[in-house]
Design a protein around this ligand. Structure first.
Ligand SMILES: N[C@@H](CCC(=O)N[C@@H](CS)C(=O)NCC(=O)O)C(=O)O
Length: 365
């Protein structure tokens, strides 16, 4: 019997919620270890140099941190049931939804969790308290939960979530749920009956925050297709499924792609421009800081300042690189799709300074 992989994470963790359904869909033998404070000290920090979850530990003692790296590492080892479409347009759409799920959805996820803290206090204390360890008594767990949630709650300001943008985030997110609901009436996943990297990226926030947290879960009451999708993608065993034939991209995805290009993309392009200036000004820095100053978030008519997170450029490079690799008919097909979702101009941007990850740190490429 093959030794299992170990996934360090928690149930209410956004990014663990991206990798867990992936492991299940692929049928990769794994067990999940609760990322307790003790596991952070004993394993996660010493082996990754970071305080992030999830972390993958392989049976041959390799350690991989970051969901995109974890998934790509495993795709290399387990190529069957691939989650990247081979065809040009679908692959582009899957990669765009990955950036959207990973880098835009912290807005509704963090907003609904922390702006409604008082309404959800008991749930949050308990779910964060698990990191103390399952055998620690409840009251002590809650004390630990209190220490842990401080920094997460404090992430609202840096992300640009405030009294000004909160209502706009909610208005946009309800539109998103309507669009996704309509799409899922016809399709099991974004691109057919097989989940892609884009589905897994959306699963993180939609399961770990919107579904698990008591307040936003109310939004799913009449969203039966989205609820089924959350259950389907998290099921222990799933049929292999297929991406739609002929590189078809359903029109029901267009409103979501249009939104991505209208509101997330400008933020990503500005990140890229500001990062290039930062690298110019800091030529000797070994690694790129997690945040490098402030810029403006625009969402549904509201504006707020937020920190600039250079990591997001690393994610944006993925669909950009794929798009740049396309030639001839493939490029023409992708251009037609992009024109339909008002993303053609956006994708012509030239990233001034590329980044890569080196031993779990973001560095200039
Ligand atoms: N881009 C990373 C993000 C990982 C991440 O932010 N994980 C959260 C938990 S869901 C975390 O560990 N946050 C700790 C922190 O922000 O310091 C990934 O894809 O793995």
């Amino acid at each position: 019997m093959t030794k299992p992989y170990t996934l360090y994470g928690t149930d209410h963790s956004y990014y663990t919620g991206k990798v867990r359904p992936y492991l299940r869909y692929k049928g990769i033998p794994y067990r999940e270890k609760l990322a307790t404070l003790w596991q952070f000290k004993r394993f996660i920090i010493p082996r990754t140099g970071q305080r992030f979850i999830p972390v993958l530990h392989t049976p041959d003692d390799e350690v991989v941190q970051d969901t995109t790296d974890i998934i790509d590492f495993l795709e290399g080892r387990f190529p069957e049931r691939g989650i990247y479409p081979a065809s040009p347009k679908q692959k582009l759409v899957a990669l765009l939804f990955e950036v959207y799920g990973d880098e835009w959805f912290p807005l509704p996820a963090m907003h609904y969790r922390w702006s409604y803290f008082n309404e959800q206090r008991t749930y949050i204390m308990d779910s964060f308290g698990v990191v103390a360890g399952r055998f620690v008594p409840r009251l002590a767990r809650r004390q630990v939960g209190r220490l842990i949630w401080g920094p997460f709650k404090g992430a609202l300001g840096p992300l640009g979530i405030s009294d000004k943008t909160g209502p706009a985030i909610e208005a946009w997110f309800e539109q998103f749920l309507n669009h996704f609901e309509t799409h899922l009436a016809k399709h099991d996943y974004l691109l057919g009956s097989r989940p892609s990297i884009g589905d897994f990226a959306l699963a993180g926030p939609l399961y770990a925050h919107i579904w698990l947290d008591p307040v936003p879960r109310q939004l799913l009451k009449d969203k039966l297709n989205v609820t089924s999708w959350i259950q389907r993608i998290n099921a222990e065993s799933q049929p292999e499924g297929e991406f739609l034939p002929g590189d078809k991209v359903p029109v029901t995805l267009m409103p979501m792609l249009k939104h991505l290009f209208a509101e997330q993309w400008p933020l990503l392009l500005d990140t890229s421009t500001k990062l290039a200036a930062w690298l110019e000004a800091n030529p000797n820095k070994q690694r790129i800081s997690r945040a490098i100053g402030e810029h403006q978030l625009h969402i549904n008519g509201a504006t707020e300042k937020r920190l600039i997170f250079p990591y997001a450029q690393w994610m944006m490079q993925r669909p950009m690189d794929h798009y740049r690799s396309l030639k001839g008919e493939d490029k023409a097909a992708a251009d037609e799709l992009l024109t339909h979702c008002d993303g053609y101009q956006a994708m012509q941007f030239n990233i001034p300074r590329r980044v890569s990850r080196n031993y779990n740190k973001l560095v200039a490429a």
